[in-house]
Structure formats: structure tokens, C-alpha cells
Design a protein around this ligand. Sequence first.
Ligand code: SAH
Ligand code: SF4
Ligand code: F3S
Length: 464
Amino acid sequence: MGTPKTFAIRTFGCQMNEHDSERLAGLMVADGLVPAEKDSIADVVIFNTCTIRENADLRLYSALGELKDYKKAHPEMQIAVGGCMAQKDRDDILRRANWVDVVFGTHNLTSAPGLLKKALTDGPQIEILDAPDPEAHKDMAPALYAVRELPFAAWVTIQTGCDNTCAYCIVPSVRGVEVSRLVEDIMQEATMLAASGVTEITVLGQNVNSYGRDITGRSPLFSDLLRELGTIDGIERIRFTSPHPKDFRDDTIRAMLETKAVCNQLHLPLQSGSNRVLSSMRRGYTIERYMEKLNAARAAIDDLAITTDIIVGFPGETEAEFEETLAAVAEAHFDAAYTFIFSAREGTRAAEMQSEFIEDEIVAERFDRLKEVLNRSALEKHQARVGNTEEVLVEGPSRRNDQVLSGRTRQGKLVHFPVTNEPVRAGSLVTVKLLKAAPYHLKGELVSVLRAPKHKVRIPLHVS
Ligand code: SAH
Ligand code: SF4
Ligand code: F3S
């Protein structure tokens, strides 16, 4: 047998995109390929793209440009482009970068290995479906064979696509309409993950609170699903992303409260603090309703961490409206936030509001002011935890220093602590005393090891 081909996947997008990459890696391994060594150029390079903002597009074309000469010199290597931008740009990708071999859409993940093979003999291949194939959608095998970065933590997709019409957002057009997976399929997947030693799952959907509507028309169902997942032996932590504030209701708060495994963490994307902007964004809630829900969740769930997403510079946003966002952010006292500068996406309603676009300098200045308020509240939230001893699921050595271990608390906060004589492996559950706070992490010291990892350590197979 010859040397197996190597592959590498570069992921540009959100958790959903990252999970697709894990499944794609599983498919490639099942096809006999092996992951390429770091810093080498693989025989098959796959770009799993994102198109949420314009700079995501630019990053792909610059990455493709970097491979152009190499591909010319090594015509046997293959380049594939999948994900949301492939779904949007379709054959344009081949027009702009004719050294690409395969383009596959967001509903065509499982076709990628076959397309790569076909391209070897038949030239460039494009496969893009506009909606998920119902049978492939049910099939959970790719998820079970996923090659995960952390063997003890897994994403579980409960729903694909999105039925909302947020004026700025391209996701519905590249991920299609909402399709929920069946409870039985989700439960089977999560149970098998637990059996393989996974102890933390993050439930994924663009709008998890509308989960199930397309199956039975009965709602609420997301809260039932959370409770069901909470019965699986071995799953100690459950997180979910994202609930849409307009659909986030008391039954979900109750399910969070009453399901022991569900973590005290909530990502509730605000987008703006101005009612006029929220309405122009077509978000379907007011700032008052948002705050009511946030306060209800905080009142019910002890020590709840809340994170959010905010867009700065939506078309027509005035200084006064931006200040309403600042005020809302100060009032909400978020633990962390992802902040984005509005980017016009072709085909969305907001892209047509050109006459109301805000000048770059004004947006940049607002962005900095917002960051300052958010960093202050994140730091305060972290400072308030100093002195606590908290449960941390260890992810492994920190990126910068192998004498420091990193992990996450139940609130999802990143904690670094020095290695001690006590052996602690990735996947272990430990307690850490928190000693020092920064806006994006906490530092502490190991107190005790609660349990060793449950997953099996993989022994790499060498095929000769
Ligand atoms: N379904 C998720 C969001 C997915 S996109 C939800 O509704 O919560 C993640 C975030 O990207 C959004 O919450 C929004 O803050 C940001 N975003 C989406 N489109 C954008 C655009 N055109 N410009 C800037 N930010 C955008
Ligand atoms: Fe985009 Fe809105 Fe759907 Fe989220 S809910 S994916 S922001 S359209
Ligand atoms: Fe995610 Fe980007 Fe697609 S945010 S859904 S990968 S456009």
C-alpha cells in the first residue's frame, strides 16, 4: 500500500461551520486520508467558508491566492471550497480561482469525498443543493465519526437553517429554511457520544427556541429536548446556542433550572439597544422585552452568565440610537459580547439601505466606545469571581505555555492554572481557586481533581 493522502481543513465560520468541518474530517478519514502535519501543504486542502461579513469573503480569496503557484507546480494536489460562501458564490468561485477542483454547498457535505475523486478524472466539480436532502439530513453517521478537536466535548446539531428575516443577515439564504432533526435521532447521537466518553455537549441551531416547530407544529419543544438530553448518563454539561430573544420563553428558563446538566450560561443576542433600529433590523422584540427576558433568566437561575452579539453601524443608526445601545449594554451587564461592524450582504434588505449607510470613521469610533463598556463589565464580572473555587473541565495545555493548563467553568469562562505534580489530563474535571481576573479569562490554582477523563485516548494508526 502506498502512503495515504493527507488532508487539511481550514474553517472560517461559526460553530456550525466548525462542526461541519469535524464531520468533513470524519468523512475524509473514513475515505482513507490522514490529517496533514502542521505547516505542511496537504494533498487535499478544503476551505470551509463563511460569508457572514464581507471580510470573510476576502479572506477566502486571499487564502486561495496563496495556493495558486503551489497548485500549478503540483497539479495532483486538490483544493475544495465548501460552506456558506460556496453556497452563495457557486460557480463564481471557479471563475475567480480556476485552480479550485471542487465546490460543494452547505447541504452537500457528504458528497465532498466523491466529488474529490471524480475531479481527479473529470475536472472541476460543483455540487450545490438549495435545501437539505431529507435522507442525508436524518443520517447522523457523519456526526458520530466526526474528528473532534476535544474528544470529550461535542457539538450536536438539532436544527439547520433559519426562518427569520433579520434585515442584515445572509444565513437564511445560504443555510436554507429551518429543518429540525428528530428527537430520537438527536438522543441517539448524544447517547452514543456519551458512551464514547463525551461529557459536554453544545446544542446547535440558528434559533434553537423554534426547534421542532416544523416537525409537529407544537411548541414549545426545545425545553422538552433539553430535559430529555439531561437524562443521558455521562453528559455532565449541556450548553446551547443560539436562542433568539423573541422566542426565548419561561419554559426554557424552567428547563434550564430543572435540568442539572444544563450549564448556567446563556447567549442571548441583543444586536442593538434602540427600538427603532431593532425594528428596522426586523428582530421582533423591543429592548424592554429583551430586558424582561434577561432579568427573568437571571432571577430564576443562580449565578447565570449572559453573553450577547451586537452590531454597530446598522444603516440609519444615529448617535442617540447608538447611545441607547451603550445604555442597554451597561444595564445588562454582560459577561462577554461578540461585537460586529455592520457589513452589507448582497441580497439582504439592509444592503439596499445604501442612503443610510454610516461613515466608516463614525462606526469605528462607536465600535471602540462599545468595546470599552463591554470590557469593563466583563472585567467586573470576572473580578467578582476571584476567591471562588469553581469546577473546571480541562481542555489541555494553554496555547502559549505548556506549564499552564486551560479549561472552562460551568459558566463557560476560560480559566488558566499552573501545572502541579498532580497529573491532570485534558477531559479531567477539577476544581480551581480563582485568583486573578482579566476581561477574557481568569487565572487560578488547582484545588482538587474531581475525576479523570472518560474518553479513550486515541492511539494513532500508522498505515504503511
Ligand atoms: N442565528 C444567530 C446568529 C448567527 S450570525 C442569532 O440570531 O443569534 C452571528 C452574529 O453575526 C449575529 O448575531 C450578528 O450579530 C452578526 N451578524 C450577522 N450578519 C451580520 C452583518 N451583515 N454584519 C455584521 N454582523 C452580522
Ligand atoms: Fe441571521 Fe437572524 Fe437567522 Fe440569526 S436569527 S441566523 S441573525 S436571520
Ligand atoms: Fe456560520 Fe458564517 Fe455560515 S457565521 S452559518 S459559517 S455564513
